[in-house]
Design a protein around this ligand. Structure first.
Ligand code: GTP
Ligand code: MG
Length: 298
């Protein structure tokens, strides 16, 4: 039984693409749950990370980066982020270590009407000389005088304990919502598809990472934990993209498969046989049916 002072609530991690939301989620959890990449618009879902402390259960919501929404997929992603924002008990607004600019300003109206406490986390402080930090924090303080402004490096872990302590302070008293041994509400199939997509983000350029979606067609765990057989389809939007993903004599697909399999094995704690196929779904990002099928709309 939890004590009457136990705290529990949702904490939305919100910000522009590439600011480090998913890196922060993984850092706070101490586990790799969300995929990350140097390219913007990596995250396409709201992702729940459950983190237990003796005095609190923290329900982190990683979200897609917020940007000027163009196209069916982007609109859906921004909506997912805004929904997480509206569901949160505490909001952590992650910002780049530079003065607020027009990209950040898209979010301001949403943050201003929040009925919930806000924390501003200035991320990537490992990239700025120390003397620049104070004026930067002052600029964000001017925007939100009530909010704690916490400098962090999600990558290196600097300041993240301070951030965690601030979050716990602001959480409402409530009993835990999830059992202690649960770390997310996403299925293993989904997490596996994400690990494959992450490898594609790392190994392809230009339009391709954005034109890719991954679907798990078979997840046979009848021989678990010795072996799990997984068949996944990588969807692209054009024939030419299919050729690039496969690579000369299948070389790129082989690398993607080998790297993804290693990550999947460590996630599932089992040996994995991974079969990858590449298929074309013309302009799937404009097709509401595809957007639903790939689970971007809940
Ligand atoms: N130097 C430095 N890089 C960081 C830090 N945090 C994140 N990054 C890098 O920033 C890039 C983007 O990180 P992500 O965590 O994928 O960013 P995101 O906000 O989740 O991005 P989207 O999912 O596209 O919205 C990656 O290359 C990270 O390694 C940090 O504190 N310092
Ligand atoms: Mg992300």
């Amino acid at each position: 039984m939890s004590s009457p002072d136990f705290k529990c609530g949702y904490i939305a991690l919100i910000g522009v693409p590439n600011v480090g939301k998913s890196t922060l989620l993984n850092r706070l959890m101490g586990e790799k749950l969300s995929i990350t990449s140097p390219k913007p618009q990596t995250t396409r879902h709201r992702l729940l990370g459950i983190f237990n402390l003796p005095e609190a259960q923290l329900l982190f919501l990683d979200t897609p980066g917020i940007l000027e929404p163009k196209g069916a997929l982007n609109k859906t992603l921004v909506q997912a982020a805004l929904t997480a924002l509206s569901e949160a008990d505490v909001v952590v607004w992650l910002v780049e270590p530079r003065p607020p600019d027009p990209h950040d300003r898209i979010l301001l109206p949403h943050l201003r009407k929040l009925p919930r406490p806000l924390i501003v986390a200035v991320n990537k402080i490992d990239l700025v000389p120390k003397p620049q930090l104070l004026p930067l924090m002052a600029a964000f303080h001017e925007l939100f005088p009530q909010a704690p402004i916490i400098p962090i490096s999600a990558l290196l872990g600097d300041g993240t304990q301070e951030l965690l302590a601030e979050v716990v302070k602001l959480l409402p008293p409530a009993p835990p919502l999830y059992p202690e041994d649960q770390w997310t509400d996403s299925s293993e199939r989904f997490l596996v598809a994400e690990l494959i997509r992450e490898r594609l983000f790392h190994h392809t350029g230009e339009e391709i990472p954005y034109a890719v979606a991954v679907q798990i067609e078979e997840f046979d765990e009848s021989r678990r934990p010795q072996l799990i057989r997984i068949r996944a389809v990588i969807y692209v939007e054009r024939q030419s993209q299919k050729g690039i993903v496969i690579g000369k004599q299948g070389r790129l697909l082989k690398i993607i498969g080998a790297e993804a399999r290693a990550e999947i094995e460590s996630l599932l704690g089992s040996q994995v046989f991974l079969e990858l196929w590449v298929k074309v779904w013309k302009n799937w990002r404009r097709d509401p049916k595809a957007i639903r099928m790939f689970g971007y709309q809940r």
